[in-house]
Design a protein around this ligand. Structure first.
Ligand SMILES: CC(C)(COP(=O)(O)OP(=O)(O)OC[C@H]1O[C@@H](n2cnc3c(N)ncnc32)[C@H](O)[C@@H]1OP(=O)(O)O)[C@@H](O)C(=O)NCCC(=O)NCCS
Length: 158
């Protein structure tokens, strides 16, 4: 059975070990991902990070983190989404995104932006965002590295 719920401190070891097994994430991304997770556990309102976790048979297998954009009245961002490679492709990622969108709407947000990389390594991630209803709205060339653009996706919440 899949349960979706807010993150709790006991999720951190399993989620941090899951992140290490996801080939898309470069080693230098992991400390940033862990910091975001820890912020959303210890102080969501202060850190501005809120995390929804998916649990299968009592084990955390994925999460998505969202937060409001500073100085914006209604734009929120989904900062991170990840599902254990062993449980990918079963609709969990899509449902995590949907849960973030519902929470954003409940908190008064009206749109979501998210950022990713233009490299082939992230092609699957970009397809995932598109299949969840996000549209590419902007690119900043050579942002992450030469030849590695920042791609911004956007979704207006109905
Ligand atoms: C991206 C990710 C979160 C998706 O989670 P998931 O549980 O595997 O995705 P879902 O099963 O909900 O699939 C939703 C849609 O994404 C797309 N998708 C998922 N897996 C895919 C794959 N292997 N190849 C191509 N598209 C895929 C499909 O279009 C799917 O739509 P469908 O239901 O019409 O087939 C997960 O694959 C992951 O953790 N990837 C690595 C980390 C990452 O890129 N995170 C996102 C940026 S931070």
């Amino acid at each position: 059975m899949i349960v979706y719920r807010d993150i709790v401190p006991g999720d951190l070891p399993a989620l941090e070990s899951m992140l290490r097994r996801i080939s898309e994430f470069a080693p230098d991304e992991l400390p940033v991902a862990n910091e975001v997770l820890e912020g959303s556990v210890s102080n969501p309102a202060g850190s501005g990070y809120y995390t929804v976790v998916a649990e299968v048979d009592g084990r955390p297998v994925g999460y998505a983190t969202y937060g409001s954009t500073p100085l914006s009245r209604g734009n929120w961002e989904i900062y991170w989404a990840a599902v254990d490679p062993e449980t990918q492709g079963r609709g969990i990622g899509r449902e995590l995104m949907r849960r973030c969108e519902t929470a954003v709407k409940q908190r008064g947000g009206w749109q979501i932006t998210l950022e990713t990389s233009s490299t082939p390594q992230y092609a699957r991630t970009r397809r995932f965002h598109a299949s969840c209803g996000y549209t590419e709205i902007a690119r900043i060339p050579d942002f992450y590295d030469r030849g590695d653009d920042l791609v911004i996706f956007y979704k207006k919440l109905g």
